[in-house]
Design a protein around this ligand. Structure first.
Ligand code: GLC
Length: 407
């Protein structure tokens, strides 16, 4: 259990960090994920920030989301990065509007619903609803064959840039998988740009992945959209999102499930990519596993020391995978381990919530305690070594604040 003392300390540290990373541009306010490494506004990061801020600063939580929707594309896309100011780092996908042209995990409805649950401010829901509605309906256009699953056009859209579950769709041979993943992703930007990013018929010939975690987030966010629509009496939208949720749930079961696991799939044959990453647990948040399936998943995979039950949990890639690489490696940026083993606090938060939903309180509490231990021991880092707990990657990284939401 987190005792009151610890809870108080972590909250103070999170508050300090969020003030340090706060930026403004004109009337807009947002939070940098890490001033040294990520000096822009990122989409899913801002959704996390709003959820974290809603624990101690509701006004800033709302501002974070207002700035996020301020650069919505005409077609409805909410871009994955807003480059509010020019910096030397990471400007690979910079277009004329000062944003990227990709998507990122679609968590905004969950963030808005969380804020609403705490404060009952219906005017905020009304303000956010139309842009969110256009956004989710836009994502659904990425489904030319009406499979009821949304296609990703770049690994970055999953939020897990170099996860090994994208090695096969990137066309990497096993020996290339570690070093060339990132380079291939960057080449894809250029090719997608030539296609026009929202030209589904063109981009899907380059990279076309129906990701298990992204789909699970969508399902949870469709539920939030239908509930928010109900609150503001948008009856058509309420029914629409209930329907989308049902169809996507069915499609995931039909196309992604095998051997007790929901897998990411790719290509026109919906081929399963049987690489065990933390994403096999993501469907817990959407309630996709049956009770029995969830029990087996936890016993066989989560609590399995050869896969995910390492001294610190949860490694983003299972120990049993050949691509598992838990620690820092010197050399160029694309040799970093990132999503190929290290623990990130956001996946911990998702799995924590999924486990709670199913009543697996023991495992959920262990994840919460270990997450808190990592932040206390190693600070607010981008990711952590699953065997030693060592902090790795960017400094002053905000996602550690999600431990406040594990309650
Ligand atoms: C890294 C992460 C991505 C995140 C970004 C900003 O690129 O992989 O998920 O949004 O950093 O924090």
């Amino acid at each position: 259990m987190i005792n009151d003392n610890n809870q108080f300390n972590i909250e103070e540290k999170v508050k300090e960090l969020f003030i340090k990373n706060r930026r403004t541009s004109g009337n807009y306010q947002y939070t940098l994920p890490s001033p040294g490494s990520y000096p822009y506004q990122w989409f899913w990061d801002s959704c996390f920030h709003a959820i974290i801020l809603s624990h101690f600063d509701m006004k800033s939580a709302k501002e974070e989301l207002r700035s996020l929707i301020s650069k919505q594309f005409k077609n409805g896309l909410l871009p994955h990065i807003i480059y509010w100011e020019k910096h030397e780092v990471m400007n690979v996908d910079w277009d004329a509007e000062g944003t990227s042209s990709l998507a990122q995990p679609p968590l905004i409805a969950y963030a808005v619903k969380n804020i609403y649950k705490k404060e009952n401010d219906i005017s905020f829901v009304k303000e956010m609803f139309a842009p969110m509605d256009r956004y989710y309906r836009h994502l659904l256009t990425r489904d030319p064959r009406k499979s009821h699953l949304v296609g990703l056009i770049n690994p970055d859209e999953s939020g897990e840039d170099n996860s090994p579950r994208f090695d096969i769709p990137l066309g990497l041979e096993p020996t290339q998988r570690f070093s060339e993943n990132n380079l291939k992703r960057f080449n894809l930007f250029e090719k997608s740009r030539k296609c026009g990013f929202d030209n589904v018929d063109c981009t899907r010939n380059l990279f076309w992945v129906k990701d298990v975690a992204f789909s699970a987030y969508l399902i949870e966010n469709f539920v939030c959209m239908s509930e928010l629509a109900c609150e503001i009496k948008e009856r058509e939208s309420e029914a629409f999102y209930i329907g989308q949720r049902e169809m996507m749930t069915k499609a995931m079961r039909e196309r992604m499930y095998e051997d007790g696991i929901f897998w990411t799939i790719h290509g026109s044959n919906y081929e399963k990519i049987k690489v065990k990453t933390w994403a096999i647990f993501a469907p817990l948040i959407g309630g996709l596993y049956t009770e029995d399936e969830a029990k087996n998943l936890i016993k066989n995979h989560l609590r399995n020391e050869k896969e995910f039950w390492t001294p610190f949990i949860i490694p983003t890639t299972a120990k049993s995978e050949t691509s598992y690489f838990p620690g820092e490696r010197s050399g160029p940026v694309w040799l970093r381990p990132n999503w190929r083993g290290p623990i990130w606090i956001a996946p911990n938060w998702f799995v924590y919530r999924g486990l709670k939903k199913y009543g697996f309180h023991e495992e959920a509490n262990i994840i919460r305690e270990k997450s808190l231990e990592l932040v206390e021991k190693s600070g607010f880092r981008e990711y952590y070594h699953p065997e030693t707990g060592q902090g790795l990657g960017a400094f002053d990284f905000t996602w550690g604040g999600l431990v406040l939401d594990m309650e």
